[in-house]
Design a protein around this ligand. Structure first.
Ligand code: SF4
Ligand code: SF4
Length: 505
């Protein structure tokens, strides 16, 4: 690992508590500005367009274009590094040091709450189009701040990140691939460390001295906000890169920096509840990717649309059906061919020395394939599929940023977005910002991204099937073939969409 903390001035900057405090305060200020500039901005009186401020307002532009799309690129290289700066998680952690410090119930310590929040957000997008309106976006951000402070005052550690932040769960998935990690340098140093300040949460006395003057106060260290023990970190999914352990380690034994690929893919698959989160993400992302290919989009939505029609439900009934379909059944169908290949690969045909003691129909059959086996299999299959999913996500982000980032100068001049919209669309004194990269170049960049994702997925499948070289396990051919089939199924979806959208239309 290339440890950036060992680089003279950069290391000192990264270790400093004040670097991160100031950056997080700046981010908090930006968040409060987004709430202020979006509040009460819904439409423009006298303008018939329903959502005129979608791209010209400071709040909607920053939240749904710059942050939502830009963060995918950051996650590609730096994993969960956004969490280092995130003002919401930081406020949650600060509040948790002064509140009731209850332990989060065990039944909430999984990915189910955050998966439900992702589903709820999708429903809010369907029903209210919150991503199109500054005031709705400002209310969403305000709720996030309230939940972060409220959750912090009630529970110890970062309950908001675990319960309410799908972004953190998404970054955790992509962090397994990113060439970036935080790890202890030498586990034997940790084993011999008596005080373990990196995880300590008991109150301590501090002193500030100026000449003869002494100021004492009692404070409670945050410890690791997600209850990790740095020496035991096996993958980069859970670490929020808050830098607490870097700053508190008394042996300078924590490193942060670049690592080789394929990151944490050799480790076991996803946990069952994280598998559920992955499925919902896969379904929503794939449907979102395919929406520019009308025939494919209609095919994807055929079942929920037909069901809603048959039941006589209007859009209020269709949307929940669509979310259930996209979040659970559709992604399971996408992975079914691969899982079937894996199951077929498990069939073993052997020659028996004697006839079985009972005719086949009388032989008791012990079922060996259960729901938990299925979830575990999907959790393992998710890892080789992840690079391709990330590349599709990046392609979506690139296209959106390319089309809309040109609005940034207008937004800096007019934060409400009203004047910009009127100048472009009513008075026509301004032309709408164009794309940054011409379409002829962009389409090849998108193809390149998908090809890279496909190649890395194939490599990941090979790496996982090869197992740990130190344990000398046999190459898992059924898993490799199954992973390839799953990857090819997704390639068919993403590839046909790109062909239709960028090359045929
Ligand atoms: S998990 Fe979410 S709320 Fe927590 S620090 Fe990361 S982005 Fe922020
Ligand atoms: S392991 Fe260290 S950097 Fe990661 S969340 Fe815990 S304290 Fe923060």
């Amino acid at each position: 690992m290339i440890n950036l903390l060992d680089i003279k001035y950069l290391g000192a900057l990264l270790r400093s508590t004040w670097t991160w405090r100031l950056l997080r305060l700046a981010m908090l200020g930006l968040l409060l500005l987004m709430i202020a500039f979006g509040w009460h901005q819904h439409a423009i009186p006298g303008v018939a367009v329903r959502d005129p401020l979608m791209y010209t307002n400071f709040t909607t532009f920053n939240l749904w274009v710059l942050w939502m799309m830009g963060m995918v690129g950051v996650a590609l290289i730096f994993g969960r590094s956004w969490c280092t700066l995130c003002p919401v998680g930081w406020l949650n952690g600060v509040a948790s040091r002064f509140g009731l410090r209850r332990e989060l119930p065990q039944w909430l310590q999984n990915f189910i709450p955050v998966t439900l929040v992702l589903v709820l957000l999708q429903l809010l997008v369907y029903f209210l189009a919150i991503h199109r309106y500054p005031d709705y976006s400002a209310v969403l951000l305000s709720w996030m701040l309230l939940l972060a402070i409220g959750g912090g005052l009630l529970f110890r550690r970062r309950s908001f990140c675990l319960l309410f932040c799908p972004a953190g769960a998404l970054f955790g998935l992509y962090a397994r691939l990113a060439p970036w990690q935080l790890r202890v340098k030498d586990t034997s140093v940790c084993a011999g460390c008596q005080d373990k300040p990196c995880i300590a949460v008991e109150p301590v006395w501090r002193q500030a001295a100026l000449g003869q003057l002494r100021l004492h106060w009692r404070t409670r260290p945050e410890g690791c906000p997600v209850a990790l023990v740095p020496a035991q970190i096996e993958d980069s999914a859970a670490c929020t890169l808050c830098m607490n352990c870097v700053q508190t380690c008394c042996n300078d034994n924590v490193g942060l920096g670049f690592r080789g690929w394929p990151g944490d893919l050799r480790k076991s698959g996803l946990r069952p509840s994280e598998t559920l989160f992955f499925l919902v993400l896969l379904g929503l992302l794939t449907a979102n990717f395919a929406k520019v290919y009308v025939a494919l989009r209609e095919a994807i939505f055929f079942v929920p649309e037909s069901l809603a029609l048959a039941l006589g439900w209007d859009v209020a009934g269709f949307y929940p059906l669509a979310v259930i379909w996209l979040g659970l059944i559709f992604p399971l169908l996408l992975l079914t061919p691969g899982m079937l290949v894996y199951l077929i690969g498990q069939v073993r045909v052997t020659t028996l020395a004697d006839a079985p003691s009972a005719p086949p129909h009388e032989t008791a059959v012990t079922p060996t394939f259960s729901g938990s086996t299925l979830i575990r299999l999907i959790g393992q299959m998710a890892l080789p599929v992840l690079p391709l999913v990330l590349s599709a996500h990046l392609a979506l982000a690139l296209v959106k940023l390319n089309a809309k980032a040109g609005y940034l100068p207008l937004i800096l001049q007019d934060v409400s977005g009203v004047k910009s919209f009127l100048a472009i669309n009513v008075m026509q004194t301004l032309t709408a910002p164009g794309v940054l990269i011409p379409l002829d170049i962009l389409k090849w960049l998108v193809v390149l991204l998908l090809v890279a994702g496909f190649g890395l997925s194939g490599l990941a499948a090979w790496t996982i099937a090869s197992g740990d070289s130190s344990e000398k396990t046999a190459f898992d051919k059924p898993f490799f073939l199954a992973a390839l089939v799953s990857v090819m199924t997704l390639v068919a979806f993403y590839g046909s969409t790109v062909m239709e959208w960028l090359f045929v239309r």
